[in-house]
Design a protein around this ligand. Structure first.
Ligand code: PLP
Length: 400
């Protein structure tokens, strides 16, 4: 029995176009209602009137730490252990390079085929750049645990896989990693704001993530990085930019890392983008992440049941057990790209990942069971009437 009583009363905190059923918050979160006014104020009053004084007067320079603390609360990290900036790919590079330096005698980075390609590409680039004979070993998601041996320097995983939503057991894998003497790096891109995370409890050394998905920071919103507080002062940042320096405005000729997580900063923070995020994160002030998770499971279970009873051509590509899934559901369908385009044309917005995955994100902040049923009504009609079978819908756009 699916319990649909756990609705979160925060839908009106978002601006969503009329009629749209938005099932893509796992890719780009919608616009929180309070963001335009706050952005406008920062642009007009702070940038417009205060000019460069804003760095001190409006505390722009402290924004990465301030927003880092807002994010920390959502991922079970202590105050002062998270900072913001750059894109997630950059934060992956920073975490991985620091982690490798912690195990100079070992040469293998272990990851899985469910990881986002950019994480794997960044590892490949780092290995090439270091030129020390490191190896990136990529196994199937279910084979990760068995592949953690004392050869491994770093285990680098995305907790919730982007294609299928498959979720790793963070505590169990981190424990195994540490038993093998390796360092753990988690990518929380599809976890933060979607599932409860207890970073401090897991004991992992590094975690990174983005904020434009479930945290609704807007396209290109800055990424975050967490370093376990007891090791942060021994981390040597590979990207030794001036704002990670202990005294950036002393303009010393040589790099000296700042104390604490500040050393993981690189350069000038994107103040406007970070302002949007700072405001967007206020949506979470009174949201209980346990209740959010319960609602997300209920919506996902309802969606799966409805699709499987009404849309016979689609095959579930996500784990059936909700405890092993994040907040998205994927179905494989051979005409998935055109079908998704047809859905979007009818205002049901999900997305598509090659070769045949239709992805649907369930974000209970602004979705309820009525939205789920309506989305499946439209999907069923598209499939039954073959409405996807049009040449223009099969023509791939640049972004899918
Ligand atoms: C798991 C994961 N890692 C890394 C990235 C790349 O992030 P960015 O484009 O912000 O560098 C993404 C993007 O969606 C992602 O989902």
């Amino acid at each position: 029995m699916i319990d649909l009583s756990t609705r979160l009363p925060v839908k009106d905190r978002f601006i969503l176009p009329k009629r749209v059923i938005y099932l893509d918050g796992n890719s780009l979160g919608p616009l929180p209602r309070a963001v335009p006014e706050r952005l406008n104020q920062v642009v007009s009053d702070e940038w417009g009137q205060h000019l460069i004084k804003g760095w001190n007067q409006d505390e722009w320079m402290d924004q990465p730490a301030r927003v880092g603390n807002q994010v920390a609360r959502l991922i079970g990290a202590p105050e002062g252990s998270v900072t913001m900036g750059d894109t997630l790919s950059i934060k992956v590079f920073q975490a991985l390079s620091a982690a490798l330096e912690m195990r100079p005698g070992r040469k293998v980075i272990l990851s899985d085929s469910g990881n986002f390609p950019s994480d794997l590409y960044m590892a490949e680039g780092l290995i090439r750049h270091l030129g020390k004979g490191h190896e990136l070993r990529v196994v199937e998601p279910d084979a990760v645990s068995g592949a953690i041996t004392d050869e491994i320097a770093v285990v680098m995983l995305t907790q919730v896989g982007y294609r299928t939503g498959q979720m790793h057991d963070m505590d169990a894998i981190t424990r195994k990693t540490h038993e093998a003497g390796a360092v753990m790096v988690w990518d929380l891109a599809h976890s933060a704001g979607a599932v409860p995370v207890d970073l401090a409890g897991s004991g992992c050394e590094f975690a990174v993530g983005c904020t434009y998905k479930y945290l609704n920071g807007g396209p290109g919103a800055p990424a975050f990085i967490y370093v376990r507080p007891d090791i942060v002062d021994s981390v040597e940042p590979a990207l030794s930019g001036w704002l990670g320096h202990d005294a950036p405005f002393a303009f010393e000729p040589s790099y000296r890392p700042a104390a604490s997580i500040e050393r993981m900063r690189v350069g000038t923070p994107p103040v406007l983008q970070m302002t949007a995020l700072e405001e967007a994160l206020k949506v979470w002030d009174d949201v209980d992440i346990g209740a959010l998770r319960a609602a997300s499971i209920a919506l996902s279970e309802l969606f799966i049941a409805e699709v499987e009873s009404r849309c016979p051509g689609l095959t579930l590509a996500s784990p059936r057990d909700p405890a092993k899934r994040g907040s998205q559901v994927s179905f494989a369908y051979k005409n998935g790209y055109a079908a998704m385009r047809a859905l979007i044309e009818r205002d049901v917005i999900g997305d598509y990942r090659a070769p045949d995955i239709m992805r649907f994100g369930f974000t209970p902040l602004y979705l309820d069971d009525g939205d789920v049923r309506s989305a499946v009504d439209i999907l069923q009609e598209i499939l039954e009437r073959g409405l996807w079978d049009r040449p223009d819908l099969k023509q791939a756009s640049r972004v899918t």
